[in-house]
Design a protein around this ligand. Structure first.
Ligand SMILES: [Ca+2]
Length: 199
């Protein structure tokens, strides 16, 4: 089940039901269980500005609405993929993601708040051949997310600038996975990925 909600547009990241970015999830850097890296595409790096992908596990959202230094984002045209290694196969119960973007001068420019990604999981210890498509590599497709479609965004101002996506299962466990793969389209300003579960 995928729940998508708009936030209150503050650094508190308040949503109707979904919790704010967490430092208590299994993948958070606070515990040292998990690592994250880019396995396809490249994160955008303006001169003097970049946010490494490790920021996605630091337990915090962005401090303000247009914060590229506090966001991990791919080039809008190329997209890319994030890989989380949980260190061992665990029972994954919830996967949350949090983008925030609204240009300071142009209120309608919030295109980097939209989330378009497919999430995959893999339970084995040996990572599949990453040159293969996820399907051929044996990945399990968990969810497909397109928040613009969900919010029925026809005009830019209809897109919530701050969003949360929360993926869960009606059965409690999404599955047992060691690796999670986000195949991202577009240049979303992601601030945090939270992965909840237990060994
Ligand atoms: Ca976290």
């Amino acid at each position: 089940m995928t729940r998508i909600e708009p936030g209150d547009g503050t650094a508190e990241f308040r949503f109707p039901n979904i919790a704010p970015p967490s430092s208590g999830d299994y993948a958070d850097q606070a515990f040292g269980h998990a690592g994250i890296r880019v396995v396809q595409g490249q994160l955008k790096k303006y001169p003097g500005q970049s946010a490494p992908e490790t920021l996605l596990l630091d337990g915090m959202g962005q401090s303000h609405q247009d914060a590229p230094r506090r966001s991990a984002f791919f080039d809008h045209h190329s997209g890319g993929s994030f890989l989380i290694d949980l260190g061992q196969a665990i029972s994954v119960t919830k996967v949350n993601s949090y983008p925030w973007h609204q240009n300071e001068a142009r209120e309608e420019n919030r295109r980097r708040a939209a989330q378009r990604f497919t999430l995959y999981g893999f339970s084995g210890d040996q990572l599949p051949d990453m040159t293969l498509s996820p399907r051929r590599g044996g990945w399990t497709r968990i969810a497909r997310v397109n928040t613009d479609r969900f919010f029925e965004v026809d005009e830019p101002l209809e897109r919530p600038a701050q969003q949360a996506c929360s993926i869960t299962s009606a059965h409690g466990e999404i599955g047992r996975f060691r690796y999670l793969l986000w195949v991202v389209k577009g240049g979303t300003f992601f601030s945090e990925f939270d992965v909840f579960g237990s060994p």
